[in-house]
Write a protein that binds this ligand. Structure first.
Ligand SMILES: Cc1cc2nc3c(=O)[nH]c(=O)nc-3n(C[C@H](O)[C@H](O)[C@H](O)COP(=O)(O)OP(=O)(O)OC[C@H]3O[C@@H](n4cnc5c(N)ncnc54)[C@H](O)[C@@H]3O)c2cc1C
Length: 448
């Protein structure tokens, strides 16, 4: 991306959002960032992280800010129990954050599937991983520093300006530009990864109950291959630091690069050309992913490379609704004739209290549907959206969905409050864009 202060088209990773900002600016520090906001004139301002949201969350027609020069760990405050509170500059990519924390003997409690995102971008859309006792990233935030619409630098936390804090930590950048984020982190830990292909019926039978897959594992998820009854299951659990059973480099390369990314690229290209082959290709792909067990640092287990470009929609649903939702998706696929080469991913998280969290006060399962970048996705995604609507599914703010403010109001109990906080923090819509206005409602001054 060109951030030399020039014009220039911008597009997101998934190629689902484009914009042509008037200016692109990369401030060196917080003072420079505040000066850009103060000097924006009539232009709207929006920060972009890694551009990994599938929605138009980071789009702007005004000034596009990259915080790529504002990175690194600013402060580490250790506690007697080994946990710590760490302040990190907002542009820091998760991969760099993980490496920086590891150097201090620390780690994030949980992570999503990739580490390309910036910390500010990741929390702003409610990025999450899997683990029924673990909430998403925004719930690990203990405080933020942000540049307001007036260009002031302010701090917010549960103790100081708690309402602003709620919308700043998960609110699509609608109340200000985050310059630093303070996170609660834990001592670094190792995970044992057990990855096994399982029949779908076995997964569904063993999901629930105190000894079930969801409860009995620190991080459980599975991928279901549409048009088959096959899955790939992933069970990641904490092990002692001296339990070192690495994957050989060759095996890691074959599994991650060749099978997960390389073969996957080939199967997607093939099924895009000949859709009728999709069911048998999915069956072969599901079988090709063999079982493997290894241990590694938590972030090395939780994060994987994603080299095949795709589109995604993800809904948070009540945990108990997973079997019903999958059965309905399977019925729809059979009836519609739609052919989907990409596996569907199911994950779990703990409830939390973050106002706009997809897991707000609800034990949550996530159902994520993907489609290869060269294939149409809308018919499949909207069909799944209708299915999850029956169980009060809440859309991930960074992934494709077609809900408007009224529907979202019914799903997110704190949305009206968040809107009021935004209206007060940014009455003129300095940080507005079409997507944010669509989901949070246009600020009163601009709408009038
Ligand atoms: C391949 C891939 C894998 C993914 N895996 C997961 C996953 O496992 N779990 C999950 O939950 N999600 C996942 N996502 C979604 C992704 O985590 C979110 O969309 C996340 O917001 C992207 O972070 P980003 O840094 O790219 O932010 P961007 O997409 O660039 O921005 C996201 C939002 O944050 C705002 N923002 C960015 N920086 C700032 C700032 N400094 N201050 C204020 N606002 C700011 C932007 O304006 C925008 O509204 C995945 C996406 C992709 C493409």
């Amino acid at each position: 991306m060109n951030f030399g202060g020039n014009r220039g088209e911008w597009q997101n990773w998934a190629r689902t959002a484009q914009s042509n900002p008037v200016r692109r600016v990369r401030p060196r520090d917080e003072e420079g960032l505040a000066a850009v906001v103060r000097g924006a004139g009539d232009l709207r301002v929006r920060a972009v992280g890694a551009g990994h949201s599938f929605t138009g969350a980071a789009v702007t027609d005004g000034i596009l800010l990259s915080l790529d020069a504002m990175t690194g760990i600013e402060r580490v405050e250790r506690r007697a129990d080994g946990t710590a509170r760490v302040t990190v500059l907002a542009g820091t990519r998760l991969g760099d954050l993980n490496a920086g924390l590891a150097a201090h003997g620390l780690g994030l409690r949980n992570l999503g599937d990739i580490d390309r995102q910036s910390i500010a971008g990741a929390i702003s859309t409610g990025t999450h991983g899997t683990g029924i006792r673990l909430p998403g990233l925004a719930a690990q935030v203990a405080g933020v520093r942000l540049v307001t619409a007036a260009g002031d630098v302010v701090e917010a936390s549960p103790e100081h300006r708690p309402e602003l804090f709620e919308v700043a930590r998960l609110g699509l950048g609608s109340v200000g530009v985050l310059s630093a984020v303070t996170l609660d982190v834990v001592p670094a830990f190792r995970l044992e990864a057990v990855e096994e292909p399982w029949p779908l019926d076995r997964v569904l039978e063993q999901l629930d109950g105190p000894d079930g897959l969801v409860e009995a594992n620190d991080h459980f998820e599975f991928y279901w291959f549409p048009h088959t009854r096959r899955t790939l299951t992933k069970r990641n659990n904490r092990v002692p630091d001296d339990d070192v059973r690495p994957l050989s480099r060759v095996r890691a390369w074959v599994d991650d690069e060749l099978l997960s990314n390389g073969v996957f690229a080939a199967t997607n290209t093939l099924t895009a050309a000949v859709p009728a082959l999709t069911p048998s290709v999915n069956g072969i792909a599901a079988r090709a992913l063999g079982a493997r067990t290894y241990t590694a640092a938590s972030h090395e287990v939780l994060v994987s490379p994603r080299r095949v470009r795709f589109r995604e929609m993800e809904y948070a649903i009540p945990r108990a609704a997973v079997p019903q939702v999958l059965a309905e998706i399977e019925r729809w696929l059979a009836a519609s004739g739609e052919r989907i080469p990409f596996p569907l991913e199911v994950r779990y998280t703990a409830p939390d209290d973050v106002w706009l969290s997809t897991a707000y006060r609800r034990e949550t399962a996530y159902v994520a549907v993907h489609q290869y970048v060269r294939l149409p996705y809308r018919r499949y995604f909207t069909a799944v959206e209708r299915i999850v609507a029956q169980v009060q599914g809440r859309p991930h703010w960074g992934k494709l969905h077609w809900l408007g403010p009224e529907e979202l109001d019914a799903l997110y109990p704190r949305l009206a409050q968040a809107r009021a906080v935004r209206a007060e923090a940014d009455p003129g819509g300095r940080f507005a864009n079409a997507y944010v206005d669509h989901v949070l409602g246009a600020p009163a001054e601009r709408a009038a």
